[in-house]
Design a protein around this ligand. Sequence first.
Ligand code: TYD
Ligand code: MG
Length: 464
Amino acid sequence: MAKKNTQYQCQSCGTIVRQWAGRCFKCGAWESIIEQVVIPENKSGASGYTGTSAEGVVLLESVEASETERFKTGWDECDRVLGGGLVVGSVTLLGGDPGVGKSTLILQLLCNLGAKKHKVLYVTGEESSEQVALRAERMGLDRSACWLYSAVDMDSILSAIKKEQSKIVVIDSIQTMVLSSLQSAAGSISQVRECAMMLTHLAKQTGVSIILIGHMTKEGHVAGPRVLEHMVDTVLYLEGEQSGRYRLMRASKNRFGAVHELGVFAMMEDGMREVKHPSLLFMSKATQSASGSVVMALWEGSRSLLVELQALVDESHGQNPRRVVVGLDGQRVNMLLALLHKHAGVATHASDVFINVVGGLKVTETASDLALAMAIVSSLNNWVLPRGLMVVGECGLNGEVRPIQQGQARLQAAVKHGITVVIMPKANQLKVPKGIQCIQVAHIREAKIALSALAETQKIATAQ
Ligand code: TYD
Ligand code: MG
């Protein structure tokens, strides 16, 4: 039975029920009923999401659009992803797999901000105060200006924030926080949602900037950050393989800036360090040319990154040839394999295909199509390609090579890092720097012919 100030509601059809049930009696949806806090009638509508009253209806043009005030975090990589710094009064969600380094990164960030005379508060629900202190000491951080509060009860946390008049607050993590008026356990959808809602209200009313740390669960993100994404202003994700050193920060939503910016960090023995020039991070350090490796230039918000895509195509001995893809979309790879067969006569139905992106990066850009296709062609035919080659272009289902965004900028970034031969879409208008061989193609077949010629030249060069 619900407590006095809570109720149970089906998220699917909106029906309010007396008590929790696994299935809604009205619409039949499973696991859709969740516990909610009831806002008393006289209060609802009096103040809106931003804390302004309903009387304040104004004309858009009469509102003065002032520049958003931001805190500089002291890390360019982080500020860039945020769109220029942490916005005053904003709520930011930092999501990521457990152990990826969220607490480490955020503790460093808070100590940086504290040292700049901003009042910061770190609320730890996961680790004890001693553990956090030990970590800060081990990382050699300036601990003199960072306030710490070890708590999980939402009411005490809200009063602590108000009493301390903190300007920047970190909640580590939102899944450990509990609102005592709710019956459900910490980490359940209703707890996570209601706690985040209260913190969001506080941020909008008092102007405190709040960073919520949230774990992503690999299976379906049930009580994880996905529930919160629509509630907060900015959603950042920290990703990277735990076995590797590099961590990547991306914004998947940002009400105060662009998304698609990428921040690169390295996890060291003494905490995180920003990587300011990551252009060559995602390239293998191989000195010898090999078949199946093709470099492409990714466009990440405002800069270009060179990334090496690797393909291994080998004769299959099983009934179902294997398709193993790491760092790219498996469906896209299947589409490219079909496209190569239909429009370029490249048959892989009797081969195992393995695809990998060097450095653990996740490539989502369609401009990687042509590079991937050429890596597959190169591996299948054992064509060794010159090391200074870059391929970039998007493929259409008819085998046509489509233009890409920021073609000129990608070309320039590639040339700066030693690329001497490029295969790019014909439709891109390019100013080719002197000494660079630029092969522009309109169809995947043309790209294959160009690749074959390059492999031939490489063969002659190696033989000499
Ligand atoms: P942590 O920040 O606790 O991860 P999260 O909060 O995302 O769960 O980071 C834990 C990992 O980071 C742990 O496996 C050890 C590693 N680590 C370092 O490599 N160097 C360091 O200085 C610290 C503090 C942690
Ligand atoms: Mg943590």
